[in-house]
Design a protein. Structure first.
Length: 179
């Protein structure tokens, strides 16, 4: 019995994700948008919300995207309504708000959950301490940022109060782009 359990656990771990590129969430338009299309790019994955004190970070996120996209940076937004219902809108409303208010052109995905029982698979991976020992841990609020290298490995995490254009974030992005 123990041997059978060990084999089952090994088999389950063999199918566990080892990269963000293994996930295929839906775009904000409801279409399949697998992250493996970003292989070879550096990603900045952010859980976003339009009615949050950190919402103005959209402008800095878009600024980073415009400045570094030709070097291989892709900012990826995942709207989430987990914190004080600060993202109550539909995907269409969110997309309209982002475009109208912040001229967001970086890829946005369909609204998901980033914590709790209904946590989206990509956020289960991002927050898993076993998969990501230095960057894992529960999401504390909107605008938590994960920097991902060109192979889909999480290499840094920045909490919501750290602005996207803060020097530590910019330095980490520039270093990742040079690899």
């Amino acid at each position: 019995m123990k041997k059978l359990l060990g084999i089952a656990l090994f088999a389950m771990s063999a199918f566990a994700a080892s990269s963000v590129l293994e996930f295929a969430p839906s775009s904000i338009d409801g279409k399949p948008a697998p992250l493996d299309k970003y292989k070879g790019k550096v990603l900045l994955i952010v859980n976003v919300a339009s009615k949050c004190g950190f919402t103005p970070q959209y402008a800095a996120l878009e600024g980073l995207y415009r400045k570094y996209k030709d070097q291989g940076l892709v900012v990826v937004g995942f709207p989430a309504n987990n914190f004080m219902s600060q993202e109550p809108g539909t995907d269409e409303e969110i997309k309209d708000f982002c475009k109208r208010t912040y001229e967001v052109d970086f890829p946005m995905y369909s609204k998901i959950s980033v914590k709790g029982e209904d946590k989206a698979p990509i956020y289960k991976f991002l927050t898993d301490k076993e998969s990501n020992p230095t960057t894992g841990g529960e999401i504390k609020w909107n605008f938590t940022k994960f920097l991902v290298d060109r192979d889909g490995k999480v290499i840094a995490r920045f909490e919501p109060a750290v602005k996207p254009d803060a020097q530590p974030v910019v330095d980490a992005i520039e270093a990742a782009l040079k690899r």
